[in-house]
Design a protein around this ligand. Structure first.
Ligand code: ZN
Length: 280
């Protein structure tokens, strides 16, 4: 897809499954099952959608999917299926791991940074040897000191090798990673969560991250139970949505299994997304 001066490609790490009830929080199943039909274990299928943004002489990967460091039990629990992988999708575009200049992690849950590193012999190495990886400092601190509630999503091997090699850059708030690509704090899912704003030619593409993981989650109260600060998610969404409507942003949904892009409209305080085609 052309986006002003940028070339933007979908990079998919396949799909996984999470409990539908947990994915839709306080929303009764009678509502969510119509838009996201669950499997026999009440799980819904989710995409692991990442983006490659190339332009202004830089190649930037936003999120790295779930990667491969899982036991057969974890693969089963999370229903991880690598119909595609970050590395295969990059290779199809002729992009080598060494070509990536920046990796932006929205946050450090395993389904967003699992591809940051690869297992080599006894240890782990950065998957992208020449990349600077960027994440909000708050997220790094929280991931490094998880609680009983958050520890199941945070695996140190996804970032420790980056720290050891000096490849991790910690951000304190809004930060231009490179021309036209800005990390924007969007707290709620985690305190240090960030979204990514990509701007060129007067158009804005907004990588929501888990602020709003699928097009079904667009209505304000459709907030995941996984969110650590759901009331903060609501406030952040209101702020982002208002701006998205005012400036006609195109939104990118990181966990939608089908709809990748949407544009918001608002009526009487209710938001809905009009889905948009991916124009190759
Ligand atoms: Zn996620």
């Amino acid at each position: 897809m052309k986006w002003g001066d940028f070339e933007i490609d979908l990079i998919s790490d396949g799909t996984f499954r999470l409990d539908g009830g947990a994915m839709f929080g306080v929303v009764p199943k009678v509502f969510w099952e119509r838009v996201s039909p669950p499997d026999e274990k009440n799980r819904i299928k989710l995409g692991l959608n990442c983006l490659l943004v190339r332009g202004n002489g830089k190649s930037v990967l936003i999120d790295t999917g779930c990667g491969f460091k899982y036991s057969s039990r974890e693969l089963e629990i999370y229903g991880i299926e690598h119909e595609s992988t970050v590395f295969d999708d990059l290779a199809k575009l002729g992009v080598a791991a060494a070509d990536i200049d920046f990796v932006i992690n929205t946050h450090l849950h395993f389904d967003h940074c699992g591809g940051n590193t690869v297992q080599k012999d006894e240890g782990f190495e950065p998957s992208f040897p020449n990349a600077t990886y960027v994440v909000q400092r708050q997220e790094f601190e929280d991931a490094s000191h998880p609680s009983e509630r958050t520890q199941a999503s945070y695996f140190k091997e996804n970032w420790n090798p980056l720290v050891e090699r000096g490849q991790l850059e910690l951000l304190d708030g809004e930060h231009t990673v490179c021309e036209g690509i800005v990390g924007i704090p969007t707290p709620g899912h985690t305190l240090g969560h960030q979204s990514v704003k990509i701007q060129s030619g007067g158009e804005t593409l907004f990588f929501l991250g888990d602020l709003c993981p699928t097009s079904a989650h667009v209505p304000l109260p459709w907030i995941m139970s996984y969110d650590l600060y759901p009331a903060l998610t609501l406030e952040t969404r209101k702020e982002v949505y208002r701006q998205a409507v005012r400036e006609s942003w195109t939104l990118f949904f990181d966990h939608d299994p089908g709809t990748l892009l949407g544009r918001l409209s608002e009526k009487d305080g209710r938001y809905r997304a009009e889905t948009m085609p991916w124009e190759a």
